[in-house]
Design a protein around this ligand. Sequence first.
Ligand code: SF4
Length: 319
Amino acid sequence: MKTKIGIPRALFYYEFASLWVNFFSELGLEVIISPKTNKKIINDGTIAAVDDACIPVKIYHGHVINLRNKVDYLFIPRIMGITKKEYICPKFCGLPEMIKYSVKDLPKLINTKIDLMKKDNLLNQMLEVGYIFINDKKRIVEAYHKAKAIYDYEKSKLKLPLVNNTNNVVIMGHPYILSDDYLNMNIKAKLKKAGLNYLLPEMFDDDILTKYAKQYNGKVFWYFFHQMIGTCFYLLEQKLVEGIIYLSSFGCGIDSVVAETVERNIRRNCDIPFMLLTIDEHSGEGGFNTRLEAFIDMLKWRKQNENYISPYGNYLYTR
Ligand code: SF4
């Protein structure tokens, strides 16, 4: 019987899924991924996690609980950084400990450190993971390269040239919020149903976002700041979107700075409508839908108003 390894479908799973799943499969393991987020997963995670954790971290706990009796190992890497010279949220560095002390009866944890901040040493880190299962460097390196090629291809498929479409709406936010349709209350499907075309930061070329992030008058030392502020300045210059929605998580320390900075820059420098939606485990879909529908209606009415002027005044913020 094959050894089973579990990967929680949450947080950076959405970024690295194809790399991790193909790597472990190439090593001959059976990879079990937790199901898509559902009510039970959120409830279990909320009960298990510490109260002040953000909703994506609580959901991660729920996915671990779903997997714990089904696998021999759980892959919960200690992610320190995924790009050079940029920090990510400290919750990722302490995730293995959070899980260990909040969830009982766990299988063996693989909590290898993944740190891509200083140099591209992902291969060495995956070698460390591979040696847990087989003592064959050549096979592990081959497994890594096969998985990395698939990962690179899939990432490249997401990139889109930004085209002028009068129905473009950008949804900004951390990738694990935008990819988890239960958590983001199916916002993408709702926009599509309303006849709008949605764009996500991950669809824009990384080099373009880096170039535009440099316009920020300050040091961009967080990965999420880089992504969001780069997207923001890119959109401000291109003016090819009708509206911008920022989905944030209640209690997110990073977004208390990033979302605020993005909002100020958008409101000060352009007249593109912007809406910040903050979600947590108590967010009701009714309230979420009402705000989204009002935003969509406003985008449509705006096109019919020849003066293009908001009924409540020009801008909330001034230069
Ligand atoms: S960046 Fe924010 S939403 Fe993401 S894990 Fe950290 S606190 Fe949670």
